[in-house]
Structure formats: structure tokens, C-alpha cells
Design a protein around this ligand. Sequence first.
Ligand SMILES: CC(C)(COP(=O)(O)OP(=O)(O)OC[C@H]1O[C@@H](n2cnc3c(N)ncnc32)[C@H](O)[C@@H]1OP(=O)(O)O)[C@@H](O)C(=O)NCCC(=O)NCCS
Length: 184
Amino acid sequence: MEVRAARPEDAPALGRVMVGAWLSAHHGQMPEAAWQKRVEEWTPEVSAQGWARMLSSMAAGDQLRTVLLVAEEEPSDPVGLVLATEDEGDVSGATAQVNALYVLPTDQGRGTGRLLLRTAAAELRRRGFSRLHVGVLTANLPARGFYEAMGGHEVAQRTFDEEGVALPETVYGWSDLTLLAPEA
Ligand SMILES: CC(C)(COP(=O)(O)OP(=O)(O)OC[C@H]1O[C@@H](n2cnc3c(N)ncnc32)[C@H](O)[C@@H]1OP(=O)(O)O)[C@@H](O)C(=O)NCCC(=O)NCCS
């Protein structure tokens, strides 16, 4: 498995991975109506448009503290992604936040999530971050197990606004990014 920076031409694959893994992971972790709304409105093509905008803004040099990586076994066929950027809750600018970490269901449990998180942590260190946060639905027990196995500690409880539905979220933190990425 190789992890590399996402490129503009990855937008369709990012849409496919994000929507496929998201719908599969979060079914049963939120009210059924909220999940169905996503199924109806949030297609891989819609998601790809958002990724295309982000990738073009990154290519223009507008998001220098954002990290967007893909994992792939076959060239140009990503099976996982990680998006991380500044945590705006920390005015010092030292804390990064994982906004998305998704691996296709068929590829989970093979070390890809770990490789994505560790590689993102190294990239974040190079961008001057020293700490990391990630918010995960409290009902998402498998992902919480993953973050705990990766050394994250519960640091806060908050809610995630899923289009007007407030879902409980647990925030995991790493107070020292060198724990995830000894070498940046
Ligand atoms: C969470 C996710 C990113 C983890 O990626 P992954 O490739 O499946 O995980 P890995 O194979 O890299 O696991 C790394 C370690 O985490 C631990 N781990 C993984 N899943 C776990 C679980 N359900 N419970 C406990 N520990 C777990 C294991 O210790 C594993 O180490 P091992 O291989 O030595 O056993 C992936 O499963 C995923 O995309 N899930 C659906 C989407 C999601 O919930 N994303 C997080 C949103 S915040």
C-alpha cells in the first residue's frame, strides 16, 4: 500500500471512497432519516465536485496547512483518504484536526488506516503542528477502537451537526505528534 498526496485527477476517486465508506460506516450510528437523506442527496459525483474545488485551491497554494492524502495499491485507484487541517479551536495554531479518515470497507483492517494517520501526522509536523485532535461519532465504536489503538486519548465531548441533527461526538487527542510520527 502506498500513501501519497492527492492530485487534482483524484477527485472522482475521492468522491467514491468518501461516500462509499461513509455510508457503510455510519448506517445505524445516526437516525435512519438523516442517513437516508445522505443516500439521496450525497452521491459520489456530488462529493467529487467538493474534492475538485479543494484540490484546485490546494494546487493554487491557498491551503498550505491542509494535508490531503490517498492510499492505493494499484496506481490511480485510491482505497482510502485522510484530510487534516488546522483546528480552529486552538488560537496558538499548534493543533491540527483530522476532518476525514476513510478506508473502503473491502480494504479495512489491513493497516491502511494506520498508514494514512501516521503519514498525515508526519506531514502535519512538517507544517508546524505539534498536537492532533479528531472528532468521532460516539456511536462509532470501531473507529473509536482504532483511535484508541493508535494512542489517542479522549479529550472532550461535543456534538456534530448532521444537517440539523445534533449527534454526540467524542474527541480524541494526541498531545505530542511525535508519538504518531517519530520522524517528520
Ligand atoms: C477507522 C478506519 C479508518 C481504520 O482503518 P483500518 O485500515 O480499518 O485500520 P487498520 O487496519 O489500520 O488498524 C490499525 C490498528 O487499529 C486497531 N483497530 C482497527 N479497527 C479496530 C476496531 N474496530 N476495534 C479496535 N481496534 C481496532 C487494531 O489494533 C489495528 O492494529 P492491528 O492490525 O495490529 O490489529 C477504517 O476502518 C474506516 O475507514 N472505517 C470507516 C470510516 C470511519 O469510521 N472513519 C472514521 C471517521 S472519524
